[in-house]
Design a protein. Structure first.
Lengths: 237, 184
């Protein structure tokens, strides 16, 4: 791991502070924070912190972008989220007093400050507004994570619906227009193939219709965009 | 029906009545095992989700094979000139292989997790082993049998290649012949 270059900047003059959780600090509080932090320059691809490491402070990104990643069970890197200037990272392990469950790696040259752990806790104790900003930040990140979970589960059902339509096309063939699947199935029957409820099946078909993957006419299903349907089904070669 | 059709039917019955129910039972045991139910490990949810994914993916595979793929294979033996609606067996087998690939990916993930001593659960080890050995072998035999039919069974061969020719223009997958890589 390369050693980052060290630079000095005062928090009062920081151009991104107003977009960060520290926007509520003023005057002496900023001077004090400047005394309890250090700022470093990281080259692209450098680790800011690594999985399993012990947190010593809170990282505040002054400039540049970083990725927060973890290693999946198959050994592959899984990007959890991206962070940009004004964002604070590494707060989860710091506050819960645990080791890092993820790593932070710079995606481009970045300037990042680390605020001393003890000072950060004292500042939160002394400044309820800062505490509230941190809670807001956590709630926002939690919402983003929840949205991600929902989108992943919906992706899975969309994938299965696309797969079902491809199976039906391969089994029953297409009508003369080379687009309409030559079978009339009820929504219940299609839902059975997809492994979902009839309500979800109706909603998914309607979504596919809106996305112009298919068009619906009663029980007839016309495949309008076959390449996109194959892509949605995530067919492996 | 020719004797090959009868043998194919026996193989389908073997899969549907012996191989798949046994695997389904092993999934059920692995999902309901006490160790997993009462585990305090923080990754318990990850393991539970993975097991549920395996169950769903397997059920889905069986549904497609039972309702669409196997009847389509048998239909090829009976194809006549008058029948103009015929299944695209090449695409069906590619789609099935794609599903098997997804399922086996999850099984390999399970096997990897089981290397961790905290997950030394017998029911799950048995399940992973059953998929990595029995299931893989049975499916290999199935694909080999289909490949043999395209080479040695005159009625299947004639109808299959006639269909393959007619579907050549609208095949959904850019892959090679579906039987070239039975392991996928």
């Amino acid at each position: 791991m390369k050693k980052p270059l060290h630079i000095e900047t005062g928090c009062a003059h920081c151009n991104v502070r107003m977009h960060s959780v520290f926007n509520v600090l003023q005057g002496e509080q900023l001077t004090e924070m400047s005394m309890h932090k250090s700022c470093n320059i990281y080259k692209k691809g450098q680790y800011v912190f690594a999985e399993n490491g012990l947190p010593t402070g809170l990282f505040c990104i002054n400039s540049g972008k970083i990725k927060i990643t973890t290693t999946g069970y198959d050994g592959k890197e899984q990007i959890l989220r991206l962070a940009k200037s004004g964002d604070v990272v590494g707060y989860r392990a710091l506050i819960s007093n645990e080791r890092y469950a993820s790593s932070a790696v710079t995606l481009e040259d970045a300037s990042i400050c680390i605020i001393d752990k003890d000072y950060f806790f004292k500042a939160m104790d002394a400044t309820p507004k800062l505490m509230f900003e941190m809670v807001k930040k956590m709630s926002h990140d939690l919402k983003t994570a929840e949205d991600h979970i929902v989108s992943l589960s919906q992706k899975n059902v969309r994938e299965r619906m696309a797969e079902a339509l491809l199976f039906l096309k391969a089994t029953y063939g297409l009508e003369e227009d080379q687009q309409t699947i030559m079978v009339n199935l009820t929504r219940e029957e299609i839902a059975d193939y997809v492994g979902t409820s009839t309500e979800s099946c109706i909603r998914l078909l309607s979504e596919f219709n809106q996305d112009k993957l298919i068009s619906l006419s009663g029980k007839k299903i016309k495949i309008i965009n076959l390449p996109m349907l194959i892509q949605t089904a995530n067919i492996e070669d | 029906m020719c004797k090959h059709a009868d043998e194919t039917k026996i193989m389908i019955n073997h899969l549907l009545e012996e191989v798949y129910p046994l695997l389904a039972l092993k999934i059920k045991y692995a999902l309901e095992c006490n160790h997993l139910q009462h585990s305090l490990a923080p990754e318990k949810q990850v393991m539970n989700d993975l097991m549920t994914d395996i169950k769903n993916e397997f059920q889905s595979l069986v549904t497609y094979e039972q309702k669409l793929v196997f009847p389509s294979v048998l239909k090829i033996f009976l194809a006549t000139k008058e029948q103009d609606i015929m299944p695209n067996l090449g695409d069906l087998l590619q789609l099935t292989k794609s599903k098997e690939h997804k399922l086996m990916h999850k099984i390999r993930r399970l096997a990897l997790m089981l290397e961790d001593p905290q997950w030394d659960i017998e029911a799950q080890s048995i399940l992973a082993k059953a998929f990595l050995t029995n299931f893989t072998t049975e499916k290999l035999n199935w694909y080999k049998m289909i490949e043999n039919r395209t080479k040695s069974c005159s009625c299947f061969k004639k109808n299959y290649f006639k269909l393959e020719k007619s579907y050549k223009t609208n095949s959904i997958l850019p892959n090679e012949h579906p039987f070239t890589n039975p392991n996928h």
